[in-house]
Design a protein around this ligand. Structure first.
Ligand code: PLP
Length: 392
């Protein structure tokens, strides 16, 4: 019997082992471990890859979201329109800055925030829309940006599962005001620990994010402070001569990507297109052969990168156990939608009816789709699912 894990980060490491080892040793020998050359170069390379002007590396995807919200001036009382079907960090970041998540149900074809339901949720407290490009597919950014423009809302793209994904040829994270990424090991581009990135085309936002990630210190902190001042319009005064990195201009964070992780990510980034391509091939192979099974739909205008491959089934537990007996690991992403999380019960907000999000949580399973899967493994998984279908 085959044994197939749900994800296999070691398999990927083995394909680039020598390069990674060299990169790590170079960093160790350089003696520069925090915010050095590797982070700077990786920020440049990541910005180029995503076709954005600025990239700011941070400690993880969650803090990328928190810093992005802070930089946009979002705080207590502000309402943020978002999706209930996501990893908790999306909602957590909103709550962390004191804002209120307002949930809009998902579209059942794509499992992404249903843009047609956004407008009815807008109030005079709404400050931003925070779509999640869940499973590796972009939400309908054209519609979302049009609504944002009409109501003067900010747009933060949670692109943590969608590095390399596209909407109308534009990269995930590059379309709104700010995009946030995670390099958690199992993401499509993962490091050997925690890591994250913020991207933007707005110079002032980039300055503020840089400042927020490291104690609002020095000239960068000084500039950020003046950008964040209410109604700042005047030219920022030339900073006084005597500013050192021990002058601080705000209550911020310590959230930095370290040099070792940046060096690893620099080795991996050039492989990303190839790895995403393999995920797409696996997905196409599944869709072609899993007849009678509800497989994912790639929306028009989208380039899906299949961070997760989702099947909709009638009996979640039956399929998970059946596959388990066959040595195949599967998972549920995510079993508890955000509006049903205990922490969200504190907010006595009248959410829309979020039926689709609840259906997704209770009737979907994710099967392995990582790039290194062999054809034999894919065939074995397909065989097991069809067999399970037959027995149901
Ligand atoms: C992984 C993930 C995050 C959080 O990223 P971390 O690096 O784990 O903090 C946020 N949002 C979504 C949708 C994610 O999948």
């Amino acid at each position: 019997m085959m044994q197939i894990p749900f994800m296999d980060v070691k398999a990927q490491y083995h394909t680039i082992e020598d390069e990674i080892k060299h990169a790590i040793l170079d960093v160790l020998n350089s003696g520069e471990y925090i915010l050095g050359e590797q982070v700077k170069r990786f920020e440049e390379e990541f910005a180029t890859y995503n076709k954005v002007s600025y990239a700011v590396a941070v400690g993880n995807g969650t803090e990328a979201l928190i810093i992005a919200l802070k930089a946009l001036g979002i705080g207590p009382g502000d309402e943020i329109i978002t999706t209930p079907s996501t990893f908790y960090a999306t909602t957590e970041s909103i709550l962390q800055v004191g804002a209120v998540p307002v949930y809009v149900d998902i579209n059942m074809d794509t499992y992404l925030l249903d843009e047609t339901k956004i407008e009815s949720c807008i109030t005079d407290k709404t400050k931003a829309i925070l779509p999640v490009h869940l499973y590796g597919q972009c939400a309908n950014m054209e519609a979302i940006l049009a609504i944002a423009k009409k109501y003067q809302l900010k747009v933060i793209e949670d692109s943590c599962q969608a590095v390399g994904a596209e909407f109308k040829g534009k990269k995930a994270g590059s379309m709104g005001d700010i995009g946030c990424f995670s390099f958690f090991p199992t993401k499509n581009l993962g490091c050997a620990g925690d890591g994250g990135m913020i991207v933007t085309n707005n110079k002032e936002l980039a300055t503020v994010c840089k400042s927020l990630r490291a104690h609002c210190s020095g000239i960068n902190g000084y500039e950020a402070y003046h950008i964040m001042k209410p109604n700042h319009l005047e030219e920022i005064q030339k900073p006084p001569q005597n500013i050192s990195k021990y002058n601080h201009y705000g209550v911020c964070y310590n959230s930095r990507l370290d040099e070792l992780q940046a060096a690893i990510l620099r080795v991996k980034l050039p492989h990303l297109e190839e790895w995403n391509g393999l995920r797409r091939e696996h997905a196409a192979y599944y869709c072609e052969r899993l007849l009678g099974v509800k497989t994912p739909i790639e929306a028009k205008d989208c380039y899906h990168t299949y961070h997760l491959f989702i099947l909709r089934v009638n009996n979640q537990a039956y399929y998970i156990n059946y596959l388990k007996k066959k040595g195949i690991q599967s998972g549920v992403y995510y079993p508890v939608p955000m509006h049903l999380q205990t922490v969200c019960n504190f907010e006595k907000k009248d959410h829309q009816i979020l039926k689709n999000a609840e259906i997704l949580a209770s009737k979907s399973i994710a099967i392995p789709v990582y790039p290194e899967l062999s054809k034999e493994e894919l065939d074995y998984i397909i065989g097991a699912i069809l067999e399970a279908n037959h027995g149901y």
